[in-house]
Design a binder for this molecule. Structure first.
Ligand SMILES: Cc1ncc(COP(=O)(O)O)c(C=O)c1O
Length: 458
């Protein structure tokens, strides 16, 4: 079985295969915005087409390729697992590699004592809900507006956007939604002492919403005042993304539970980790007959554990956390400087290499009319006028931060260089200059998109 040959033989059929057998709506979206070019290779922060065109990837697979695509050390680690005939998943034994990965993760988060491995970000959230309920004897979970914790039922019950929830309710009972950055609302929700945990992303992925300076520290203190657990969902922000190993380190917070996934996988083998306190862990695993009270068949599989160990090693040996802090700051500064020169550009925010670029209505009348024309057809459509030419003319792959959002999110591999930053800044400058020409090519794309938007909802 030669997968490389199979890929080469069939890769031209990818859209047809996906339309027929998988999510055909996704194929329609890609075709509508012209992203259906079919990448054939990935290396580091770059993607390559069949004819060798290079693209700068600012999505990194929703954050999983933090160490870059197909990193040689990761590849070597995975190959060595396959070549060693390891016993893997004996189940009536424990895993050596899981022990090593847990030891290395907990060294980075020394105030926590125990790790639990699962297969995805959503599964870390499911585990956190169960651990919190078991540890406190309470049922309630508090979460935030615009939160995203995954799409399985428990995690979806903590989702702060109707677009994901609609059609799937009823969800888990006793979940209470509060505004992000609102400590009074948190205290009000916790006061009755029925809440097991407050689960929060230190920086919200949907929108790159930043916490106020004292928010996370105060939120943890309020949780502890009322006997609730403070859980940091660092699935997206964790492991160097924001320029610290954990994002909560920016605000000196020590959560009762930390959830990791994405980066931990090296992008290749799905994995998630829940790190928590011994006291909490032992509330679930409290007797021998409860040794299997929570877990998953593939949780500690050797390939996933090896991917985690290799990823930590690359983060350390290439000093990628420090690099993300430095290069992220550089890129954020360069993009912020552009605000003064571009009417549609309103805000640049983030930490490390999790950056939100927010657009909004311009000042001048002519541009304002164009903005309203496009935004009336569908809120957030303006961002597509930026991401499409960035992709087509500047070979930059980017995404809108959430549905109906005016923010584009940059989530590149942590290995990006100063030259890549220049590529990004020049790309945005050129596209923004184009957006200020009405009529112009960008607004013609806008008209086509409005047509698609009308048809999509018809
Ligand atoms: C903060 C956060 N939590 C949980 C998840 C869910 O992770 P997964 O898609 O691996 O289930 C995501 C995914 O984007 C996330 O950003």
């Amino acid at each position: 079985m030669n997968i490389a040959e199979l890929f080469a033989q069939r890769e031209r059929e990818r859209y047809a295969l996906n339309s027929r057998f998988l999510n055909d709506q996704m194929v329609r979206v890609l075709q509508a915005i012209g992203f259906d070019i079919g990448f054939c290779r990935g290396e580091g922060q770059y993607l390559y087409t069949r004819d060798g065109n290079r693209y700068l990837d600012l999505l990194s697979g929703y954050g999983v390729f933090a160490i870059g695509r197909n990193h040689p050390k990761l590849r070597e680690a995975l190959k060595s697992v396959l070549d060693t005939d390891l016993p893997n998943l004996i189940q009536m034994d424990v895993s050596t590699l899981a022990g090593i990965l847990a030891e290395r993760l907990l060294t980075r988060v020394p105030y926590l004592d125990k790790a639990l491995f699962v297969n995805s970000g959503s599964e870390t959230v499911e585990a956190a809900i169960k651990l919190a309920r078991a540890a406190t004897g309470r049922t309630g979970i508090v979460y935030c507006d615009h939160a995203f914790h995954g799409l399985s039922y428990g995690a979806l019950s903590l989702n702060g956007d109707e677009i994901f929830r609609n059609g799937f309710e009823p969800l888990l009972p006793d979940c209470v939604r509060i505004p992000f950055n609102d400590l009074l609302a948190l205290e009000k929700a916790l006061r009755a002492r029925t809440i097991a945990a407050f689960i929060v992303e230190p920086i919200q992925g949907k929108g790159v919403n930043m916490p106020a300076n004292d928010y996370l520290r105060e939120a943890a203190a309020i949780c502890h005042r009322y006997g609730s657990l403070f859980v940091a969902d660092e699935v997206q922000t964790g492991m160097g993304r924001t320029g610290r190993f954990l994002a909560v380190e920016h605000w000196n917070v020590e959560p009762d539970m930390v959830l990791l996934a994405k980066t931990l996988s090296g992008g290749h083998v799905p994995v998630g980790a829940v790190l928590t306190r011994r006291k909490i862990f032992h509330k679930i695993f409290d007797r021998m007959d409860r040794a299997v009270a929570h877990g998953s068949t593939f949780g500690t599989n050797d390939l996933a554990m090896a991917a985690g160990i290799a990823t930590l090693d690359v983060l350390e040996s290439e000093r990628l956390v420090e690099h993300a802090a430095r290069i992220g700051e550089h890129l954020t500064c360069k993009l912020t400087e552009m605000i003064a020169h571009h009417e549609f550009l309103h805000d640049v925010r983030g930490k490390g290499l999790m950056i939100g670029i927010e657009f909004g209505p311009p000042r001048s009348l002519k541009l304002k009319t164009a903005w309203h024309a496009i935004e009336t057809s569908r809120k957030g459509l303006f961002c597509q006028l930026i991401t499409i030419p960035l992709f087509k003319e500047h070979n930059i792959l980017s995404q809108v931060a959430s549905h109906s959002s005016h923010t584009i999110k940059l989530l590149p591999a942590l290995v990006i260089s100063e030259a890549d930053c220049e590529w990004i800044v020049n790309g945005f400058a050129s596209v923004l200059a184009g957006s200020e020409r009405v009529p112009g090519a960008i607004w013609s794309v806008g008209k086509t998109l409005v047509g698609h938007a009308v048809r999509a909802t018809a």
